[in-house]
Design a binder for this molecule. Structure first.
Ligand SMILES: Cc1cc2nc3c(=O)[nH]c(=O)nc-3n(C[C@H](O)[C@H](O)[C@H](O)COP(=O)(O)OP(=O)(O)OC[C@H]3O[C@@H](n4cnc5c(N)ncnc54)[C@H](O)[C@@H]3O)c2cc1C
Length: 400
């Protein structure tokens, strides 16, 4: 999927690759440069290009499919930090014949957005997998390595890194599965609508809309949460290895490098936060959280549920505060903290729900709540503090 260009990364509306329709043959031809293209040396490429000359936004872009051949040059293969299993290419197009995919002008707004949403869930899964591999390596190393007469995983500082990583992975995986569930529902309703001539009616229509809204918030939230967690877990897993972790001889240094791209490609974490904010502010996930909150928890789980409920109310206050401030810069500045808090609270409910179904998961849920609730509260406190230092005095801070 060739989208990125030197001047169009996060901002894909700026894509300049030219698509020219030859009036005689009726064929399209692509000219321009694409960069950072995974498997760009493959035989078939999907390319986002500007089909409407004179346009300068996403509505002038269409999606094309083309084959490698004359006019298409792999100019370079990047020398990069990680994921060395796949080549990342700079591609030069010079009048490369191509076929239009689907409807003209819908390249970015319909097809690429849809492909990217699918890819974002896949990258979240990739991140959970890397994190799991890193943790397994750290657990094995921590049990085998002895210092001061005992295995290093007996030291609180070490087992705290391992257990925190475990809880984070389980939370990310729970969020990933919940996301895939809603994405599958949305896709199912889309298929149904297709079979019924594009129209759903009554309750089915409402359910389809609900699934689409939930999938649209969960996808970026899950991508941001899982990929940031994969980086933290890989980092801590290397730390558990001590100096050995820094050596190529051990797999863990590769996990650190491979995790690093997951929160960059298919949209950076910052862009995921931008994408999640609309639905977050509309509290799209609140009914799901309310539903989980009313499960028949008892004893210790009921007390934990009350803590999570309280954190959710605090999050609601922080969101209302940002909405009422009506200040776009404050809104953007609060995005990271609100998205992180939303993910912490949502995953806390998921893990309590899972602990209710399987008591063996209770300790893990307790540990996650003990980490997630204070983290969410601290983020919301920072938002509610309404400190304008970063807006008014960031140059002073950076200039020191
Ligand atoms: C290994 C690898 C493989 C890749 N494979 C592909 C591929 O197959 N196909 C493809 O098309 N692309 C691919 N990419 C490109 C990738 O999708 C982009 O690098 C990514 O989307 C970020 O764009 P950029 O590098 O131009 O960064 P920029 O957009 O320049 O971002 C720089 C910084 O600014 C931040 N930023 C930018 N805009 C905003 C905003 N509105 N709000 C807040 N923060 C913002 C970003 O989060 C980032 O921190 C690949 C990249 C890598 C590293």
């Amino acid at each position: 999927m060739a989208l990125t260009e030197p001047e169009a990364g996060s901002d894909l509306q700026a894509v300049q690759m030219r698509a020219r329709l030859d009036p005689d043959s009726g064929r399209w031809h692509l000219s321009g440069v694409k960069q950072f293209i995974t498997n760009g040396c493959a035989r078939i490429l999907l390319v986002l290009a500007r089909s409407e000359q004179g346009s300068n936004d996403g509505r002038g872009l269409s999606l094309f499919v083309c084959e490698s051949g004359p006019g298409l040059t792999v100019q370079r293969i990047e020398d990069k930090l990680g994921i060395h299993g796949s080549p990342t290419c700079e591609l030069h197009f010079d009048e490369v014949p191509a076929e239009l995919v689907g409807a003209r002008r819908r390249g970015l707004t319909r097809y690429v957005m849809s492909l990217m949403n699918g890819a974002r869930v896949a990258v979240a899964a990739q991140a959970v997998g890397i994190a799991e591999a890193a943790l397994r390596a750290a657990v094995a190393y921590g049990a085998a390595r002895r210092q001061f007469g005992q295995a290093v995983d007996r030291f609180p500082a070490v087992y705290e890194m391992l257990t925190r990583s475990k809880a984070r992975i389980v939370a990310a995986r729970a969020l990933l599965y919940e996301t895939t569930r809603w994405v599958d529902l949305k896709d199912g309703y889309d298929d149904l609508a297709g079979q019924q001539g594009g129209r759903l009616t009554g309750e089915t229509r409402n359910e389809a809309k609900r699934a689409a809204r939930i999938a649209a918030v969960l996808t970026p939230l899950c991508k941001a949460y899982s990929t940031e967690i994969a980086n933290q877990v890989a980092y801590d897993s290397l730390q558990v290895h001590g100096g050995s972790g820094y050596m190529k001889e051990y797999d863990v240094e590769r996990y650190v490098r491979d995790a690093r791209v997951t929160n960059i490609y298919e949209g950076t974490t910052q862009l995921q936060h931008v994408a999640a904010m609309g639905g977050l502010i509309q509290r799209v996930l609140d009914p799901l959280m309310e539903q989980m909150s009313t499960l028949p928890f008892e004893g210790r789980l009921a007390r934990l549920r009350a803590e999570v409920d309280e954190a959710r109310q605090h999050l609601g206050r922080a969101v209302r505060f940002v909405v009422e401030a009506k200040d776009p810069e404050c809104h953007d500045l609060a995005a990271r903290r609100l998205c992180e808090a939303e993910a912490e609270v949502f995953t806390a409910y998921l893990l309590l729900r899972d602990a209710l179904a399987d008591p063996r998961r209770q300790a893990l849920a307790e540990h996650h709540v003990a980490e997630a609730v204070p983290a969410a509260r601290a983020g919301c406190d920072a938002v509610l503090r309404a400190d304008r230092t970063l807006i008014d005095r960031r140059e002073e801070i950076l200039g020191l």
